[in-house]
Design a protein around this ligand. Sequence first.
Ligand code: FES
Length: 132
Amino acid sequence: MSVTERTLLCRDDQLAEGATLELECHGASVIALRHNGELHAYWNSCPHLSVPLNWGPNRFLDPSKQYLQCATHGALFELGDGRCISGPCQDDQLARLILERDGDHHYVVAGQPLPEQPSNLRREALDEIARQ
Ligand code: FES
């Protein structure tokens, strides 16, 4: 599945420097943030288990506010490129959304893949038991 049409993500004035925002695009959760003046957007899906990163509504940053942090196993991700610098998915990367700016609005470009569905570990464990 992919983004079928150019889609409005946010207005430029919605994100101050250092701020994060949880948004939605085609039913999938998105992390938008501003870092060093640039707006970045990633699918809210940890590369370790494809689960959302946040601790709660719009809570993505570690205590130092220098990294995105996954609430499940604590992986830390660079704000500017989504690379994991610590945790079970070290050197893996958050999937970036390709954006284009049109005036004061940022749009998600059509044709890019949507994120994987989150892993359902309980279901996988029950399936494993059923196979034994
Ligand atoms: S699910 Fe994110 S670090 Fe494990």
